[in-house]
Design a protein around this ligand. Structure first.
Ligand code: NAD
Ligand code: 6OD
Length: 500
């Protein structure tokens, strides 16, 4: 077992239950109500979390507003970038604590948190420090009707107070993906992490403090969605914009909440992503890549492939290989470095995933692998594990082919032509991600261009360059973040026109 070297956070079973508070104006603050933070690996309570009521959310928003007026939005770009780089350094120096906290909250394997979640959090701050330091802006010169000239140039101003509402699957990665550009652009933020995973957003408060980010620039409120901290934040009249990652239905609810005050929104929502595997692919590479795309983080990544389309000549061989891969994945305790698959996030989410496993069979599927609950014979039997699962035999109209399941599961169908594969892949109300596996690069380009998705990978999956646009079409979201797209969302452009 890996244990944190410092006493900053006790992962499940290490010590006593912790108390996680809200962070407002540079202080840790309690509300009137509490809720439990549960370790999905065994159902134990690892922390009590203080829920922010409407008044505390208001305090957080006012403290953010005060920080804007005081210094942050007027700090030079160089000062802000230097501060963000310090935050990145502090994340790295506290990575043992952040990894332990993320693993205890989410149940994800410690190897994954160490490889993906925490390094990406640091990278988010470094990349946006660099981008804000180097980003250019448009300028145009024109002749005026009266024979003079006009110079137009745009400047960036902060939006103000940004409400950030995030999910439980990659808690620190997805939070910092929004906090970093928001702060780079001179905003102050109020973050509302998922009620399932409150720890790392709170530890980030310590990181901010240690890095000299002024009090009030980063605030955290804990709680739920409707009639709790999430809704209070989105509805607050002094919140200037809301950036949200989570389920499409929640995005719809937040859109209604913010409609009255016409706030800008950025939404990164759900997906039902397709992978197209052509017979000419590098077979072993494709099997390894697809295994990641289906099972990473127990299938709880919005970009995961839940629909695989495999060209008929390799269909049986591919199904057999991915089945063997699924059956060889090591399920275990998240703190065990050898574990590849941890539990799902919660009992409720496991019930949802298992209900789809049952539905798939009712809809006529064959379970090629998995389909149930694993047995460990120890305390992990109290955790929220499910077997990595592969179905075949469904029609394209089946609910299990249409609806996001968000677990370690996929359905595999055969195709005969490129046109058929493209049509099936695009037959979805979502439009987040797709992947194409072929050694014919001309075909890779051609099919990728036809994908109705915010991102299409060819011979890879979840390979990220943070300067690129990221977001979804249809039910998968509104807007793009990443690179200059984040800078544009988190700032107001003021165009200045000078006649001379
Ligand atoms: P969720 O929508 O249930 O919750 C996300 C956050 O919204 C939580 O903090 C929650 O408390 C809050 N919330 C819920 N209802 C609210 C309301 N009415 N008003 C304000 N806040 C509210 O999502 P989840 O279950 O935490 O995460 C899983 C979902 O997120 C999946 O659908 C997944 O595809 C999606 N996701 C998308 C991306 C992306 O980049 N597109 C990334 C990660 C996850
Ligand atoms: O890599 C990213 O920037 C990002 N937003 C990933 C989202 C993953 C969804 O679970």
């Amino acid at each position: 077992m890996l244990r944190p070297k410092r006493d900053c956070y006790d992962a499940a079973g290490f010590k006593s239950v912790k108390f996680i508070q809200n962070y407002i104006g540079g202080e840790f603050v309690s509300g009137r109500r509490e809720f439990p933070d549960v370790n999905p690996a065994d159902g134990s309570v690892i922390a009590r979390v203080s829920e922010a009521d409407r008044d505390l959310v208001d305090r957080a928003v006012q403290s953010a507003r005060g920080a804007l007026a005081a210094e942050w939005s007027r700090a030079s770009v160089g000062e802000r970038a230097a501060r963000l780089r310090k935050v990145a350094d502090a994340i790295e120096s506290r990575s043992d604590c952040l990894i332990a906290a993320e693993v205890a909250d989410t149940g994800k394997p410690v190897s994954l948190a160490a490889k993906l979640d925490v390094p990406r959090a640091a990278a988010n701050f470094r990349v946006f420090a660099d981008l804000i330091s180097t980003a250019g802006l448009e300028s145009f010169q024109a002749e005026t009707p009266d024979g003079k000239r006009a110079l137009n140039y745009a400047i960036r101003k902060p939006l103000g107070v940004v409400g950030i509402i995030t999910p439980w699957n990659l808690p620190l990665l997805l939070l910092t993906w929004k906090v970093a550009p928001a702060l780079a652009c001179g905003n102050a933020v109020v973050a509302k992490p998922s009620e399932e995973t409150p720890a790392t957003a709170t530890l980030l408060a310590e990181v901010m403090r240690e890095s000299g980010v002024p009090d009030g620039v980063y605030n955290v409120v804990h709680g739920f969605g409707p009639n709790s901290a999430g809704e209070f934040l989105a509805r607050h009249p002094d919140v200037n914009a809301v950036t949200f990652t989570g389920e499409s239905q929640t995005g719809a609810a937040i859109m209604k909440t913010v409609a009255d005050s016409v706030k800008p929104v950025s939404f990164e929502l759900g997906g039902k992503n397709a992978a197209i595997i052509f017979a000419d692919c590098d077979f072993e590479d494709a099997v390894a890549g697809i295994a990641d795309a289906v099972f990473l983080n127990t299938g709880q990544v919005c970009l995961c492939a839940e629909r695989l389309y495999v060209e008929r000549p390799i269909f049986d061989r591919f199904v057999d290989s991915i089945k063997r891969k699924a059956e060889s994945l090591r399920l275990g305790h998240p703190q065990d470095p050898a574990t590849e698959i941890g539990p799902l996030i919660s009992k409720t989410h496991r019930e949802k995933v298992l209900s789809y496993y049952r539905l798939a069979r009712d809809e006529g599927a064959t379970a090629v692998a998995g389909g149930g609950i694993p047995e460990f014979g120890n305390s992990l039997d109290d955790g929220y594990y499910v077997e990595p699962t592969i179905f075949t035999g469904l029609t394209e109209s089946a609910r299990c082919v249409k609806e996001e399941i968000f677990g370690p599961v996929c359905h595999i169908a055969a195709f005969d032509t490129e046109e058929e594969a493209t049509r099936m892949a695009n037959d979805t109300k979502y439009g987040l991600a797709a992947s194409i596996w072929t050694s014919n690069l001309k075909r890779g380009h051609r099919v990728a261009e036809q994908m109705n998705a915010g991102i299409t990978w060819v011979n890879c999956w979840f390979l990220r360059d943070l300067r690129t646009p990221f977001g979804g079409m249809g039910l998968s979201g509104i807007g793009r973040e990443g690179g200059v797209h984040s800078l544009n969302f988190y700032s107001e452009l003021n165009n200045i026109c000078i006649r001379f």
